[in-house]
Every structure is written in structure tokens, then in C-alpha cells.
Design a protein around this ligand. Structure first.
Ligand code: CP
Length: 339
């Protein structure tokens, strides 16, 4: 199967077989990291990384990925281009995408909560680039999805349990209070990919913190198709019962966008009103000796306590490392002639 030219805006757009191909190649790329096996895959090719928002893991891992494949990654920001926006004249996305496609082998885009006025605008922008680009568009995290994070999460679970042992395990995807109003991308990607791989999914959050209903419906459908269960709970303690992996993460209330604006400080004040929503050692006692994971950056002391984040069951740094391996595999399969 050839994946060359395929965009990656959400893992849900890819078949299970295609996702498997990325994950298996990522495992080999991890093993062969410093051998010559994949060292020329992106020879003389450049990957554009277009960041509306800052990043530690995403920028660094994509840049390392391009280097390790023998290519180059170029950092771009909106201020380095003259793009048309709602309020300013400039180049259309169509023209920018067509021109950028003539230079690069692929284009990554990150656009998160504070660079848009309503949920879905970031996704629409990525889709517009994908419509006009002649090279793959990769979401480097946008308001709806974070596919590379989802792949890295899945690789982390397979590393710890084995490829075939993920199915039937229980993921607790639990909200954490905090001083950040985070977008829904990592959490929505996580429940989608976990349910594709046959995991039972429990989503736990304080009443009102609902995610995108279309993503919830898709997760339910994935669970039905894969013989898994899906539940939503609102109890910050009982939800831990029987979990095999706990993934704590803050996400913003759906009312955070109002009248075309992100009400961030209002949301932070609301979220800090739920101090019982923290993943700590006492709650982890209720689990099935669960792994702990988080996409990082962590809001320590709010989303999770230090002893859990730094404890023996935490896989946070493995998952962060996996960003490199899955992105190398994705780039190789979609942007090179690697078969
Ligand atoms: N997990 C993740 O995307 O991290 P960064 O925001 O640092 O890129």
C-alpha cells in the first residue's frame, strides 16, 4: 500500500492497517535510529513547520526527525509570511499552499486555542491547506486533533504491554483542573485512536466540560466496531476503578469561546474551582496498577501530582520520545519513496 502524498489531520482519517504501518515502521526506526538504514530517506528534502503557537516537543521532534532522515526542517511563523486574515489583506491560503508545495516535501501546521475565535477554525484552516497543497499536510496540533501525539501515545502503550495486548485494556481519560485552558486536541485524538485499537474508554470530567459531540459519537462507534466499551463519568475518584492506563489532562469548557473570543482567564478561574480533579497516588491505588501518561507540557500540582508523574508507572518521557519515531515514520511513508 502506498501512503505517499496522504495528509494527516486526524488518525481517524486513516485505516487501522495504515496506522499499523506507521507504528511498525516507527518501532524499526527507533531500533535503527543511528544506523544508515533510514538516513537518506528525506535526502535533499525540506519539511516546513508552520507554527501559530509555541512548542517544545513538536518543533524539536520534527526538526530532529528531518535531520535523522537526511532532510531539513524549516521553522515558519505567521509573522514570517503575509497571509490574508479576517482583518488584514494579504496572500490567500490557496496561493500560499500551492507555492509552499513547490518547495517542501510536506507542511506541518500548528494552530491552537488562542489563535482562533471559535472551535473548528483551526481545523478549517488545516483543511484549506490540504485542499490546495500538492504535498502532505500534517497537523502538528490544531484545535480539534493532535494525530502525532495520538500515535506516540499508542506506541507508548504497545512498548509497555506488547502490540497485541492493547486491545481490551481500559483507558481512563480524565480531566485535570489547572491554570491553563487547554484545547481539546490531544484528548480527542487519544479517545479516537484508543477506541480504534480496541481499548475500553472511560472519559471523566466535571459536569459541563463536554467535548465535541461528533468526536464522542465517533468514539462510541469505534468502540462498537471493536468490541470495546465507552463510558462517561463525573466522579473524580470512582472513575479510577480498574483503569489500566490513566491519562490526565486539562481541557477547556465549551463556553470558553463566546462571541468570537477565547475567554481564557474566565475559564482558568472556573477550572481552578475543581481542586479534587487531580491525578494523585491515592486515586491511582484504585486502578489496575495503571500506567500514567500525559502528552506534556504538564501542569504539575493541578493535572497530576509529582509522585505520580515521576513514579515508576509513568511513561511520559517514553511517549515524548515516541513523537520523534512516529513522525519519522509518517514523514517517510507520506513524503518519500520508501516502500
Ligand atoms: N505534546 C506537545 O505537542 O508538546 P508541545 O506543545 O511542546 O509541542
Amino acid at each position: 500500500m502506498s501512503l505517499k502524498g496522504k495528509h494527516m489531520l486526524c488518525t481517524q482519517d486513516w485505516s487501522r492497517e495504515e496506522l499499523e504501518e506507521i507504528l511498525v515502521l516507527a518501532e524499526d526506526m527507533q531500533r535503527e535510529r543511528y544506523t544508515d538504514k533510514y538516513a537518506r530517506v528525506l535526502d535533499r528534502r525540506t519539511f516546513f513547520m508552520f507554527f501559530y503557537n509555541p512548542s517544545v516537543r513538536t518543533r524539536q521532534s520534527f526538526e530532529c526527525a528531518a535531520t535523522e532522515l537526511g532532510g531539513h526542517a524549516q521553522f515558519l511563523e505567521p509573522k514570517s509570511m503575509r497571509l490574508k486574515t479576517k482583518n488584514t489583506a494579504g496572500e490567500t491560503i490557496e496561493d500560499a499552499a500551492k507555492v509552499m508545495s513547490r518547495y517542501a516535501c510536506g507542511i506541518g501546521i500548528r494552530i491552537l486555542e488562542d489563535k482562533i475565535g471559535s472551535y473548528g477554525e483551526g481545523h478549517a484552516l488545516c483543511q484549506e491547506y490540504a485542499q490546495h497543497s500538492e504535498v502532505p499536510i500534517v497537523s502538528m496540533a490544531h484545535d480539534k486533533f493532535h494525530p502525532c501525539q495520538g500515535l506516540a501515545d499508542m506506541q507508548g502503550l504497545r512498548q509497555h504491554w506488547g502490540r497485541e495486548q492493547v486491545k481490551g485494556k481500559k483507558l481512563l481519560q480524565v480531566w485535570g483542573h489547572g491554570a491553563l485552558a487547554r484545547s481539546w486536541c490531544s484528548v480527542q485524538e487519544s479517545i479516537l485512536i484508543s477506541s480504534r485499537f480496541g481499548m475500553d474508554v472511560t472519559l471523566a470530567y466535571p459536569e459541563g466540560y463536554d467535548l465535541d459531540p461528533r468526536v464522542i459519537e465517533q468514539t462510541r462507534e469505534n468502540c462498537r466496531e471493536n468490541g470495546a466499551s465507552f463510558a462517561i463519568e463525573n466522579d473524580p475518584v470512582e472513575c479510577y476503578q480498574g483503569a489500566d492506563v490513566v491519562y490526565s489532562r486539562n481541557w477547556m469548557h465549551p463556553d470558553t469561546y463566546r462571541d468570537g473570543e477565547l475567554r481564557k482567564s474566565e475559564e482558568i478561574e472556573r477550572a481552578l474551582g475543581y481542586p479534587q480533579w487531580i491525578c494523585d497516588e491515592e486515586k491511582m491505588q484504585k486502578t489496575n496498577d495503571a500506567l500514567f501518561t500525559h502528552p506534556m507540557p504538564i501542569d504539575r500540582g493541578h493535572e497530576v501530582s509529582d509522585p505520580v508523574a515521576d513514579g515508576p508507572r509513568s511513561i511520559i518521557y517514553d511517549v515524548a520520545e515516541n513523537r520523534l519515531h512516529v513522525q519519522k515514520a509518517l514523514m517517510a511513508l507520506t513524503m518519500s519513496d520508501l516502500k
